[in-house]
Design a protein around this ligand. Structure first.
Ligand SMILES: C[S@@+](CC[C@H](N)C(=O)[O-])C[C@H]1O[C@@H](n2cnc3c(N)ncnc32)[C@H](O)[C@@H]1O
Length: 266
């Protein structure tokens, strides 16, 4: 598989091909999600062989078991994309207001369109925002979550710091990500699919760049232990990881770890 993006962030078929070594990386990521917004949902289902239908509900189930019983009134979904997790969260937590934030206008527009006729609509709002500079006051949310976003961020520490900042002292973080399966056999099968089949499918729909970038982006995500250490380092507590599908995806869960006394001065 080719690994180097072209100098201008464009694959030979003209589709965006982000490269995190360039200073324009964030802009390239946004261009990529603008390009794939129209086919994001169905490609996701095909590329994951339908498993993504299970991953997000299961992550919310993990969240429900992890958080300490405080009522969930305000939930933030960062990098909400087309609103899959946002809407599922609104359904699962019927007393919560859920805010979906994403820096790609085309993804937000699709999230709006898919939610418009849903019964949860009155409790769901969407807006454009960067994960690195969230436009919310400190301590606003009971849950801050993100799914399949971390790999795309130029600075994961800053993003986790922002997610922690907007959490209430009793708040919970949920991050769902594609991860390396620990079993060598499963890992080999996973990489055969992720590194070869997915880019091939991407090229077939004139999106060679995005779906070559996808397996490459996984290399920049901290491994299981490093991710737990990073979350501790940023200040989260009770940090846990729960694997799904033999470790192909992992939910990272953590408490905000903000003492009530300090929260009053934020
Ligand atoms: C792979 S999609 C995941 C979408 C959704 N969370 C889901 O579960 O399907 C990643 C999303 O993160 C958004 N994103 C990437 N980097 C971001 C950033 N720095 N700030 C805000 N959103 C970002 C992209 O625009 C895209 O919609």
């Amino acid at each position: 598989m080719a690994t180097a993006a072209t100098a201008d962030g464009v694959a030979p078929d003209g589709s965006p091909y982000p490269d995190r070594r360039r200073p324009t990386f964030e802009r390239e990521v946004r261009a990529m999600f603008t390009h794939i917004a129209v086919r994001y949902d169905w490609f996701d289902h095909v590329a994951s062989a339908g498993n993504d239908y299970l991953w997000r509900p299961r992550a919310l189930w993990d969240l429900d078991r992890f958080h300490d019983g405080h009522p969930l009134r305000r939930i933030l979904d960062v990098g909400c994309g087309t609103g899959d997790l946002t809407v599922l969260a609104a359904r699962r937590f019927p007393r919560a207001e859920v805010f979906g934030a994403d820096f790609t206008g085309a993804m937000v527009a699709r999230a709006e369109a898919r939610t418009v006729r849903d019964g949860v609509r009155p409790r769901v709002r969407y807006g454009r925002a960067s994960a690195l500079h969230l436009p919310f006051r400190s301590g606003t949310f009971d849950v801050a979550m993100s799914a399949f976003v971390a790999r795309n961020l130029p600075n994961l520490r800053t993003a986790f710091g922002e997610l922690r900042r907007v959490l209430a002292p009793t708040g919970t973080l949920l991050t769902l990500e594609i991860t390396e399966p620990p079993s060598p056999v499963i890992n080999r099968l996973f990489h055969a699919h992720f590194d070869r089949v997915v880019p091939w499918l991407g090229a077939a729909v004139h999106s060679a760049g995005p779906y070559r970038y996808l397996p490459e982006s996984l290399k920049f995500l901290p491994d299981h232990d490093a991710m737990l250490a990073l979350l501790h380092d940023v200040g989260f507590e009770r940090v846990e990881a729960r694997r799904q599908s033999m470790g192909i995806v992992t939910s990272y869960l953590a408490g905000a770890g903000i003492p009530e006394s300090r929260a009053r001065h934020r």
